[in-house]
Design a protein around this ligand. Sequence first.
Ligand code: 0O2
Length: 226
Amino acid sequence: MELIDNISSFEEIEKVAKEFAETDEFIKLMTLYRCAIMEIETKLRVLDAEFSLQYDRNPFESIESRLKKPVSIVEKMHRRGIALTTADMERELFDIAGIRVVCSFIEDIYKLADLLIEQDDVLLVQRKDYIANPKPNGYRSLHMIVDIPIFLSEGKRHMKVEVQFRTIAMDFWASVEHKLKYKKEIKEPEEVTGRLKKCANILSLLDEEMESIRMKIDMDEEDGRN
Ligand code: 0O2
């Protein structure tokens, strides 16, 4: 299947995506991505267990994973002019397997992300720090594309996984903004964008203050022990 030229409506993308998703190669590739997600999730859970012993707190609040939907995959490939083959899909798209890690504190995000990429079999492919450099709309998160080997009966296979790290506040903003983005009847969209940006700034201050409270409590505890 290599067509994608004559697609002009969302209904056509849905139809092509349905056919593509039913092919054996697509089903097999998605299974490999599912295995890659399991590998990274396990690594993060192991780090969580070890970190909680060392620092007496869990570095993340929740972890969620998802495989990109066939229709979103085909839409993205169509938009970027990528031929509709599983080989091109694997080579060109880095966010088919996605994991979202929600932490309480910004410091834990960087610690966890560093501990993950320090591991021998995890290779960092791309890192986008939207916490240090938020998007113009106010979006904040740390994004990493990592390469991880999975071991199959036929041999080793390297797969890419996108890991997004956020605080609870960043996650709250991103999920609400995502829902609002798809509303069709927004009057005065600039005003809405401005107010969302303001919310992002408030939440950023909230993250800083929470971090500072945690540091104070940690120091008080340390003093109490000495
Ligand atoms: P979904 O449903 O989450 O998969 P690309 O992914 O290559 O098209 P880019 O700019 O290279 O685009 O990727 P980037 O900036 O790393 O962001 C990709 C993902 O981050 C998005 O996935 C969202 O999950 C999240 N994201 C990025 N910017 C925003 C934003 O402004 N608001 C919200 N709510 N989320 C954002 P997808 O593919 O959009 O969707």
